[in-house]
Ligand binder design. Sequence first.
Ligand code: G1P
Length: 307
Amino acid sequence: MSTQNRVRKAVFPAAGLGTRFLPATKAMPKEMLPVVDKPAIQYVVQEAVSAGLTDLLMITGRSKRSLEDHFDRVPSLEARLQEKGDSTKLKAVQQATSLGDIHYIRQGDPKGLGHAVLCSRQHVGDEPFAVLLGDDIIDANESLLADMIAVQEKTGGTVVALMEVAPEEISAYGCAAVEAIPGEDYVKITGLVEKPEAKDAPSNLAIIGRYVLHPAVYDVLENTEPGRGHEIQLTDALQTLASRPEGEEGAGVYAVIFKGRRYDTGDKLSYLKAVIQMAAERKDLGPDLVPWLQEYAKSAPTQWDDK
Ligand code: G1P
């Protein structure tokens, strides 16, 4: 049984190689790709902080130093902006450095998401914790993570976030079979499978990159064999917890089905759409960008040469 039952810690796996964005990510972490004017990872860290999580752990790897630099202060830059009286930029710069207590640990040998989570064991210890994946940005007006934390605190189990996707998209995600819980707005997970083919998928409910995990997941991960892509899959470990009989340590995996706004930045096309959509919705950029987009769309290419 955990001694600490309140969720306080957030883990951000950020050791992936970013191969989908090569060559842009050859010397730069994919988490630092700008989404409008902030690196993608900053939105995700801000989301955890807004949900009340104050102890933040980033799992990094080689070529990820700029991540640490981004969340660190640069007094000379701040002084220069202060002198110039540029309070807007000063505020923007300070926003990234006043988010909380950020710790870093390196995942020397990236062996999958499950392995990245396992790297957080010593830091997290025996308490429930959140995991946020950097490829998903959840709109700042949504309360998904806070809702998931509330479900974790109520059930004492593990909570994932699910979202309905088109059947042909399910093979890009972990997929869940669920059953309703009478009177509750969250569901119980009865089965999980990592990236099934559409024809084998138990549903069109995809795991999106938010988890609130029971610490029993660590022992399970230690014993989880590499799965899909020869990687240690978090989904497989959660399937083990979901199949535990009630009353056993870590039994009970639940889900909040998210219907709000999510931006995927995990591949080139989704990333471009996310940047355009988020910029179009902003007061400082939308009024100029949207009419331009409408005009551009009229003359945008409709045929493409095989070049
Ligand atoms: C990971 C998980 C997958 C989940 C996805 C959400 O996959 O393994 O279950 O659906 O994140 O973004 P990845 O996208 O890292 O391949």
